[in-house]
Design a protein around this ligand. Structure first.
Ligand code: BG6
Ligand code: MG
Length: 223
């Protein structure tokens, strides 16, 4: 039997489908700068901080700008992104996410958010997810971005749970790497091609449950 005492959740792409809004805003910025930014290019931005995302985007477009312009571009993208997420409501919670969060708490498993986003509170409040967490760690509380383990270690520490008793839910490769570096187990949400280093990978949280989590973890341990 696995000994999971806390579940730590990434936000974008795990609990809510905000990846599409990030993409639309970055694509718009690229268009203004005169190049095309594809969905495939966007895969590289998942889980990556705003500053690092801009760096990748500029590399894709072969664009060089100074630090001041860089900050203005990041702010510009964020203004568009915030416009999109300001209209979000509970209908944009991904299937199964709310049910699983509630089940964790009913069963006495602690829950924490571990997100790189500085806009996490706006999304949590708009979707009504804020009360589902015992601890919330977002991009305003961390200094190192995933794959650095800081966000998850802070979450575990705020919950008072040892990292070895935590499991992370992530849709990004950088997030799975952060979980591994934190000494935590992980569930990849998405495709095994991208998330193969996670202990288990499921396509989404739809129909997911604590008993399914325990069963899958037991099967993994028996391999
Ligand atoms: C992550 C997203 O959760 O947050 C990234 O996967 C995003 O795409 C990062 O760049 C930072 O988000 P924000 O809202 O602070 O720009
Ligand atoms: Mg994510």
């Amino acid at each position: 039997m696995t000994d999971i005492q806390a579940c730590l959740f990434d936000l974008d792409g795990v609990l809510v489908d905000t990846a599409k809004y990030h993409y639309l805003a970055w694509k718009r910025l690229a268009e203004e700068l005169g190049f095309v930014f594809t969905e495939k290019d966007n895969e590289r931005l998942k889980g990556v901080s705003r500053t690092a995302s801009l760096q990748i985007l500029l590399e894709v477009g072969g664009v060089t700008v100074d630090e001041e312009a860089r900050q203005q571009l990041a702010e510009r993208k964020n203004t568009w992104y915030v416009e999109s997420i300001s209209g979000m409501d509970h209908s944009e919670i991904l299937p199964g996410a709310l049910e699983f969060l509630k089940e964790c708490r009913t069963r006495g498993i602690k829950t924490a958010l571990g997100s790189a986003s500085k806009n996490a509170m706006l999304i949590l409040n708009n979707t009504g997810l804020t009360p589902c967490f015992d601890a919330i760690i977002d991009g305003t509380k961390t200094s190192s971005a995933k794959p650095d383990p800081e966000v998850f270690l802070l979450g575990a520490s705020e919950l008072g749970i040892s990292p070895s008793a935590c499991i992370v839910f992530e849709d990004a490769e950088a997030g799975i790497e952060a979980a591994i570096r934190a000494g935590m187990r992980s569930v990849g949400i998405g495709s095994p091609d991208m998330l193969g280093r996670a202990d288990i990978v499921v396509p989404s949280l739809a129909g997911f449950s604590v008993s399914r989590l325990n069963r899958l973890m037991d099967e993994t341990a028996a391999l």
